[in-house]
Design a protein around this ligand. Sequence first.
Ligand SMILES: [Zn+2]
Ligand SMILES: [Zn+2]
Length: 289
Amino acid sequence: MFDYHIHPNYSIDAEGEVEDFCKAALKAGLKEIAFTTHLDTDRVAEDCFVNVKGKRVDIASSVWFEDYESTIRAAGDQYKDRGLQVLLGVEVDCFPGVLEALPEGFFSTEFDFIIGSVHLIDHIAISANGRAEEAFRKYSLDELGKKYYSILLDSIDLEIFDVLAHIDLYRRYGEGFYGDAIHDLWKPHLKELSKKMRSKRVGFEVNTSSLRRGMQQPMPEERIIRALNDEGIKTVTVGSDAHMPSDIGKGIEVALEMIRNSGFEGPSSYRKRKSTVVPWSEFNTEKQK
Ligand SMILES: [Zn+2]
Ligand SMILES: [Zn+2]
Protein backbone atom coordinates (compact mmCIF):
# COMPACT_ATOMS: atom_id res chain seq x y z
CA MET A 1 0.00 0.00 0.00
CA PHE A 2 1.01 3.57 -0.65
CA ASP A 3 0.33 6.87 1.06
CA TYR A 4 1.27 9.80 -1.14
CA HIS A 5 0.03 12.73 0.92
CA ILE A 6 1.68 13.24 4.30
CA HIS A 7 2.43 16.40 6.27
CA PRO A 8 5.25 16.07 8.79
CA ASN A 9 5.72 18.92 11.27
CA TYR A 10 7.49 21.10 8.71
CA SER A 11 3.87 22.06 7.93
CA ILE A 12 2.71 24.51 10.59
CA ASP A 13 -0.63 22.71 10.97
CA ALA A 14 0.93 19.24 11.44
CA GLU A 15 2.53 17.35 14.31
CA GLY A 16 5.12 14.57 14.34
CA GLU A 17 8.66 14.24 13.02
CA VAL A 18 9.51 12.54 9.73
CA GLU A 19 10.86 9.61 11.74
CA ASP A 20 7.55 9.22 13.65
CA PHE A 21 5.65 9.03 10.37
CA CYS A 22 8.06 6.42 8.97
CA LYS A 23 7.60 4.24 12.05
CA ALA A 24 3.81 4.59 11.79
CA ALA A 25 3.95 3.74 8.07
CA LEU A 26 5.81 0.49 8.74
CA LYS A 27 3.32 -0.38 11.43
CA ALA A 28 0.42 0.29 9.04
CA GLY A 29 1.99 -2.05 6.50
CA LEU A 30 2.76 0.64 3.92
CA LYS A 31 5.41 0.06 1.25
CA GLU A 32 5.77 3.56 -0.09
CA ILE A 33 5.13 7.01 1.35
CA ALA A 34 5.57 10.54 0.03
CA PHE A 35 6.05 13.49 2.36
CA THR A 36 4.21 16.49 0.95
CA THR A 37 4.79 19.54 3.12
CA HIS A 38 2.60 22.55 2.33
CA LEU A 39 4.22 25.09 0.05
CA ASP A 40 1.95 28.07 0.70
CA THR A 41 3.17 31.23 -0.96
CA ASP A 42 0.11 33.49 -1.11
CA ARG A 43 1.27 36.43 1.02
CA VAL A 44 -2.28 37.73 1.34
CA ALA A 45 -3.45 34.45 2.87
CA GLU A 46 -0.54 34.72 5.37
CA ASP A 47 0.37 31.07 5.84
CA CYS A 48 3.80 31.32 4.26
CA PHE A 49 5.80 29.49 6.91
CA VAL A 50 7.30 26.12 7.71
CA ASN A 51 8.71 24.78 10.95
CA VAL A 52 12.35 23.76 10.91
CA LYS A 53 13.58 22.13 14.13
CA GLY A 54 10.99 23.95 16.16
CA LYS A 55 11.62 27.35 14.56
CA ARG A 56 9.20 29.15 12.26
CA VAL A 57 10.92 29.88 8.97
CA ASP A 58 9.67 31.93 6.02
CA ILE A 59 8.68 29.65 3.15
CA ALA A 60 10.90 31.64 0.78
CA SER A 61 14.03 30.76 2.76
CA SER A 62 16.34 28.34 0.99
CA VAL A 63 17.36 26.89 4.37
CA TRP A 64 14.22 24.86 4.83
CA PHE A 65 14.40 23.18 1.42
CA GLU A 66 17.91 21.92 2.22
CA ASP A 67 16.93 20.75 5.68
CA TYR A 68 13.74 19.11 4.40
CA GLU A 69 15.44 17.33 1.52
CA SER A 70 18.29 15.98 3.62
CA THR A 71 15.93 14.82 6.39
CA ILE A 72 13.67 12.95 3.93
CA ARG A 73 16.61 11.42 2.04
CA ALA A 74 18.19 10.27 5.32
CA ALA A 75 14.89 8.64 6.29
CA GLY A 76 14.78 7.04 2.83
CA ASP A 77 18.22 5.50 3.36
CA GLN A 78 17.34 4.33 6.81
CA TYR A 79 14.00 2.72 5.96
CA LYS A 80 14.70 1.25 2.53
CA ASP A 81 16.12 -1.96 3.98
CA ARG A 82 13.10 -2.28 6.23
CA GLY A 83 10.80 -2.38 3.20
CA LEU A 84 9.63 1.23 3.14
CA GLN A 85 10.29 3.63 0.26
CA VAL A 86 10.32 7.25 1.41
CA LEU A 87 9.75 9.90 -1.23
CA LEU A 88 10.40 13.62 -1.29
CA GLY A 89 7.31 15.56 -2.22
CA VAL A 90 5.56 18.84 -1.66
CA GLU A 91 1.99 20.17 -1.85
CA VAL A 92 1.96 23.41 -3.83
CA ASP A 93 -0.87 25.77 -3.04
CA CYS A 94 -2.06 27.03 -6.44
CA PHE A 95 -3.53 30.51 -6.90
CA PRO A 96 -3.26 33.16 -9.58
CA GLY A 97 0.31 34.44 -9.30
CA VAL A 98 1.80 31.31 -7.71
CA LEU A 99 4.52 30.89 -10.32
CA GLU A 100 6.07 34.28 -9.50
CA ALA A 101 5.71 33.63 -5.78
CA LEU A 102 7.45 30.23 -5.71
CA PRO A 103 10.88 30.45 -4.07
CA GLU A 104 14.01 29.43 -5.96
CA GLY A 105 14.40 26.42 -3.63
CA PHE A 106 11.31 24.89 -5.18
CA PHE A 107 12.90 24.75 -8.61
CA SER A 108 16.32 23.58 -7.44
CA THR A 109 15.07 20.71 -5.26
CA GLU A 110 14.88 17.29 -6.86
CA PHE A 111 11.39 16.22 -5.80
CA ASP A 112 9.97 12.75 -6.47
CA PHE A 113 6.41 13.95 -6.48
CA ILE A 114 4.54 17.25 -6.51
CA ILE A 115 0.90 17.76 -5.61
CA GLY A 116 -0.99 20.81 -6.87
CA SER A 117 -3.88 22.01 -4.72
CA VAL A 118 -6.46 24.72 -4.87
CA HIS A 119 -7.28 25.71 -1.29
CA LEU A 120 -7.79 29.42 -1.87
CA ILE A 121 -10.50 31.41 -3.54
CA ASP A 122 -9.77 35.14 -3.48
CA HIS A 123 -7.01 34.41 -0.92
CA ILE A 124 -9.50 32.72 1.43
CA ALA A 125 -8.97 29.08 2.46
CA ILE A 126 -12.11 27.14 1.55
CA SER A 127 -10.55 24.20 3.42
CA ALA A 128 -10.76 26.08 6.73
CA ASN A 129 -13.77 26.00 8.99
CA GLY A 130 -15.17 29.45 9.63
CA ARG A 131 -13.25 30.95 6.70
CA ALA A 132 -14.79 28.97 3.84
CA GLU A 133 -18.15 30.72 4.28
CA GLU A 134 -16.45 34.06 3.73
CA ALA A 135 -15.60 32.95 0.21
CA PHE A 136 -18.89 31.15 -0.40
CA ARG A 137 -20.96 34.22 0.51
CA LYS A 138 -19.59 36.02 -2.54
CA TYR A 139 -20.66 33.39 -5.06
CA SER A 140 -23.72 31.52 -6.19
CA LEU A 141 -23.13 27.77 -6.54
CA ASP A 142 -22.74 28.09 -10.28
CA GLU A 143 -20.27 30.97 -9.92
CA LEU A 144 -18.29 29.03 -7.33
CA GLY A 145 -17.93 26.13 -9.79
CA LYS A 146 -16.72 28.44 -12.54
CA LYS A 147 -14.29 30.19 -10.22
CA TYR A 148 -12.88 27.04 -8.63
CA TYR A 149 -12.47 25.05 -11.82
CA SER A 150 -10.95 27.99 -13.69
CA ILE A 151 -8.24 28.24 -10.99
CA LEU A 152 -7.67 24.47 -11.36
CA LEU A 153 -7.38 24.74 -15.15
CA ASP A 154 -4.98 27.70 -14.98
CA SER A 155 -2.87 25.83 -12.41
CA ILE A 156 -2.44 22.85 -14.74
CA ASP A 157 -1.15 25.20 -17.43
CA LEU A 158 1.76 26.17 -15.18
CA GLU A 159 3.19 22.62 -15.48
CA ILE A 160 4.64 22.64 -11.99
CA PHE A 161 2.97 19.58 -10.45
CA ASP A 162 2.21 15.91 -11.11
CA VAL A 163 -1.24 15.34 -9.63
CA LEU A 164 -4.16 17.51 -8.64
CA ALA A 165 -5.19 17.08 -5.01
CA HIS A 166 -8.69 16.69 -3.62
CA ILE A 167 -10.43 18.18 -6.68
CA ASP A 168 -13.79 18.53 -4.95
CA LEU A 169 -12.43 20.08 -1.74
CA TYR A 170 -15.23 22.67 -1.85
CA ARG A 171 -17.56 19.90 -0.61
CA ARG A 172 -15.99 19.92 2.86
CA TYR A 173 -17.77 23.09 3.96
CA GLY A 174 -19.75 23.77 0.81
CA GLU A 175 -22.32 21.09 1.48
CA GLY A 176 -23.46 22.87 4.64
CA PHE A 177 -23.60 26.19 2.82
CA TYR A 178 -25.04 25.28 -0.60
CA GLY A 179 -26.77 21.96 0.15
CA ASP A 180 -26.69 18.69 -1.79
CA ALA A 181 -26.46 20.38 -5.19
CA ILE A 182 -22.75 20.89 -4.46
CA HIS A 183 -22.20 17.21 -5.33
CA ASP A 184 -22.84 17.98 -9.01
CA LEU A 185 -20.64 21.07 -9.20
CA TRP A 186 -17.94 19.22 -11.18
CA LYS A 187 -20.21 18.02 -13.94
CA PRO A 188 -20.13 20.98 -16.37
CA HIS A 189 -16.34 21.27 -15.91
CA LEU A 190 -15.16 17.68 -16.13
CA LYS A 191 -14.69 17.42 -19.90
CA GLU A 192 -12.51 20.51 -20.07
CA LEU A 193 -10.62 19.53 -16.94
CA SER A 194 -9.83 16.03 -18.13
CA LYS A 195 -8.83 17.31 -21.57
CA LYS A 196 -6.29 19.61 -19.98
CA MET A 197 -5.09 16.88 -17.62
CA ARG A 198 -4.48 14.58 -20.58
CA SER A 199 -2.65 17.18 -22.63
CA LYS A 200 -0.42 18.26 -19.73
CA ARG A 201 -0.02 14.70 -18.39
CA VAL A 202 -1.38 15.57 -14.99
CA GLY A 203 -3.04 12.94 -12.80
CA PHE A 204 -5.16 13.27 -9.68
CA GLU A 205 -5.14 11.95 -6.16
CA VAL A 206 -7.84 10.26 -4.15
CA ASN A 207 -7.60 11.94 -0.76
CA THR A 208 -9.04 10.06 2.21
CA SER A 209 -8.98 12.86 4.80
CA SER A 210 -12.71 13.47 4.24
CA LEU A 211 -13.46 9.99 5.61
CA ARG A 212 -11.89 11.01 8.92
CA ARG A 213 -14.10 14.10 8.96
CA GLY A 214 -17.31 12.12 8.83
CA MET A 215 -17.87 12.51 5.10
CA GLN A 216 -19.11 9.49 3.18
CA GLN A 217 -16.75 9.74 0.24
CA PRO A 218 -13.07 10.45 -0.34
CA MET A 219 -12.10 13.51 -2.40
CA PRO A 220 -12.95 13.32 -5.20
CA GLU A 221 -16.04 11.22 -4.72
CA GLU A 222 -16.48 7.95 -6.58
CA ARG A 223 -18.55 9.37 -9.46
CA ILE A 224 -15.72 11.75 -10.34
CA ILE A 225 -13.09 9.00 -10.09
CA ARG A 226 -15.15 6.94 -12.50
CA ALA A 227 -15.78 9.88 -14.84
CA LEU A 228 -12.05 10.66 -14.99
CA ASN A 229 -11.30 7.06 -15.91
CA ASP A 230 -13.97 7.24 -18.62
CA GLU A 231 -12.22 10.34 -19.94
CA GLY A 232 -8.95 8.45 -20.31
CA ILE A 233 -7.05 9.65 -17.23
CA LYS A 234 -4.65 6.86 -16.22
CA THR A 235 -2.66 8.43 -13.42
CA VAL A 236 -4.08 8.37 -9.92
CA THR A 237 -2.39 8.39 -6.53
CA VAL A 238 -3.75 7.75 -3.05
CA GLY A 239 -3.12 9.83 0.04
CA SER A 240 -4.39 10.17 3.58
CA ASP A 241 -3.39 13.85 3.96
CA ALA A 242 -2.06 12.80 7.36
CA HIS A 243 -1.22 15.70 9.67
CA MET A 244 -0.19 13.37 12.51
CA PRO A 245 1.46 9.91 12.49
CA SER A 246 -1.69 8.10 13.62
CA ASP A 247 -3.49 9.25 10.43
CA ILE A 248 -1.05 7.58 8.10
CA GLY A 249 -2.56 5.01 5.74
CA LYS A 250 -6.11 5.69 6.97
CA GLY A 251 -8.78 5.01 4.37
CA ILE A 252 -6.24 4.00 1.73
CA GLU A 253 -7.73 0.53 1.24
CA VAL A 254 -11.18 2.05 0.67
CA ALA A 255 -9.70 4.47 -1.88
CA LEU A 256 -7.81 1.71 -3.70
CA GLU A 257 -10.94 -0.39 -3.92
CA MET A 258 -12.84 2.56 -5.39
CA ILE A 259 -10.08 3.24 -7.91
CA ARG A 260 -10.06 -0.40 -8.90
CA ASN A 261 -13.84 -0.54 -9.27
CA SER A 262 -13.70 2.60 -11.41
CA GLY A 263 -11.62 0.78 -14.00
CA PHE A 264 -8.06 2.00 -13.34
CA GLU A 265 -5.23 -0.45 -13.97
CA GLY A 266 -3.59 0.48 -10.71
CA PRO A 267 -2.47 3.45 -8.63
CA SER A 268 0.63 5.30 -9.77
CA SER A 269 4.00 5.38 -8.11
CA TYR A 270 6.55 8.18 -8.60
CA ARG A 271 10.32 8.52 -8.71
CA LYS A 272 11.90 11.84 -9.59
CA ARG A 273 8.54 12.98 -10.98
CA LYS A 274 8.17 10.04 -13.38
CA SER A 275 5.06 7.96 -12.85
CA THR A 276 4.47 4.24 -13.26
CA VAL A 277 1.16 2.46 -12.92
CA VAL A 278 1.50 -0.33 -10.36
CA PRO A 279 -0.80 -3.18 -11.46
CA TRP A 280 -3.36 -4.59 -9.07
CA SER A 281 -1.64 -7.99 -9.17
CA GLU A 282 1.17 -6.51 -7.05
CA PHE A 283 -1.34 -5.50 -4.41
CA ASN A 284 -2.89 -8.98 -4.39
CA THR A 285 0.48 -10.54 -3.63
CA GLU A 286 0.91 -8.01 -0.87
CA LYS A 287 -2.40 -9.12 0.65
CA GLN A 288 -1.52 -12.81 0.51
CA LYS A 289 1.73 -12.31 2.43
ZN1 LIG B 1 -4.55 20.15 0.50
ZN1 LIG C 1 -2.40 18.27 2.35
